[in-house]
Design a protein around this ligand. Structure first.
Ligand code: KG4
Ligand code: ZN
Length: 359
């Protein structure tokens, strides 16, 4: 079954064709990062306009690549992100997908963007040795999922593949947002995550003897009983807004601070917060794998530390290929094969859902 997936929830206009939920036949991502760079973050109206300008070209290119790979192949369904994300951006993809499904006379499947990030470890490209990549989703049930991106930091239980239950989350900023805001404050540019990652890698590669101890930034542990927890356990949640304030205070009080040291310490606070909650979640449940997805899962220190956490828990850490960590259409098309709770007429009638929750 070939599904065409469309994604426009934030600053990537993307489309892909995926066979049977895992084999990516075509994948096209047009990123708007240069457009938003001068503003230090995504501007929703600019994003929407750029999606409108690019969507039909991106979809046509994906279909052409699919036809080239499979001249006799047929698109069996169209899948699309309907939330969460920026409303004016989501609308562009949803409308394009509804139109395409109607004209191709195939069903539409509406997909949750965060859930789709957790599907990325199962994607492989045509020609890859699939056996060397992730196992079949059904073999890792129950799994723990961790989606860390610019908009989300959520821990999920995946009892059966395609079923999701939130068990922990951020109470304020997402991990990627914490990276981006720090980079903005330090004048490093947008998006901040890759820049901070690179600086910290350089710091870590320096010899141990000429390294100063890290700045002890707060590790984002929320207080028990605060209403923002909304019934979730504090030990499975994070709060990054205090970390950002601590960074601001630190640079104001230390005008001659060592940028590499500051940035590495800040990254370490985020990584250790994420690792600590993951460790706790693994202790509380009997999981067979950790599924990791989202832009921040590209971070080298996140990968290293979560790798150690999983090794200790004796479970595999399942991560996507780097090109599927950021937003893309393949994760939408892939998950749609497994998760069809909103399909056909129900999907045709669905509206965008900017603050869609998981589950
Ligand atoms: O998943 P994504 O492409 O979009 C959302 O759904 O939000 O994630 C984008 C986020 C940005 O905040 C970006 O700074 C962060 O992922 N990011 C990273 C790295 N690469 C991208 N954060 C830390 N380290 C990285 N190497
Ligand atoms: Zn995303």
């Amino acid at each position: 079954m070939n599904i065409l997936g469309i994604e426009t929830s934030c600053d990537e206009t993307a489309a892909a064709v995926v066979k049977d939920g895992r084999e990516v036949i075509a994948n096209v991502v047009y990123t708007q990062i240069p457009l938003h760079q001068p503003y230090g973050g995504v501007v929703p109206e600019l994003a929407s306009r750029a999606h409108i300008e690019k969507i039909s070209e991106v979809v046509k290119t994906a279909i052409a690549a699919f036809k080239e790979a499979e001249p006799a192949g047929k698109i069996d369904a169209v899948a699309v992100t309907y939330g969460p994300g920026l409303s004016p951006a989501l609308i562009v993809g949803l409308n394009a997908a509804k139109g395409l499904a109607a004209s191709l006379k195939v069903p539409l499947i509406a997909i949750n963007h965060i859930e789709a990030h957790l599907h990325t470890p199962f994607l492989y490209d045509r020609g890859d040795d699939a056996a060397k990549l992730a196992p079949d989703p059904s073999t890792v049930e129950p799994a723990l999922g961790l989606a860390i991106s610019g908009g989300h930091t959520n821990w999920f239980e995946v009892p059966h593949y395609g079923e999701y239950r939130t068990i922990g989350q951020t109470l304020d900023d997402a991990a990627g947002e914490a990276f981006d805001k720090a980079a903005k404050l330090l004048g490093l540019g947008y998006p901040g995550g890759p820049k901070i990652d690179k600086i910290a890698r350089e710091f870590h590669s320096r010899s141990h003897c000429d390294r100063a101890p890290l700045v002890p930034f707060p590790k984002g542990r929320p207080r028990e009983g605060v209403s923002a927890l909304a019934g979730l356990p504090a030990e499975l949640c994070v709060s990054f807004s205090g970390l950002k304030t601590a960074l601001l205070r630190y640079v104001q009080e230390h005008p001659d601070h060592d940028l590499e040291l500051t940035v590495t310490s800040y990254q370490e606070a985020i990584v250790q917060a994420v690792a600590d909650r993951t460790r706790t979640a693994l202790r509380r449940g009997d999981y067979r794998a950790l599924l990791l997805g989202g832009g921040v899962s590209l971070n080298s220190r996140v990968r290293e530390v979560l790798g150690e956490v999983c090794a200790k828990a004796k479970i595999p850490l399942l991560m996507a290929k780097p090109k599927y960590c950021g937003d893309n259409g393949a994760m939408i098309a892939g998950l749609a094969y497994y998760r069809r709770n909103l399909m056909g007429e129900a999907a045709m009638n669905v509206d965008v859902h900017p603050s869609l929750e998981v589950g």
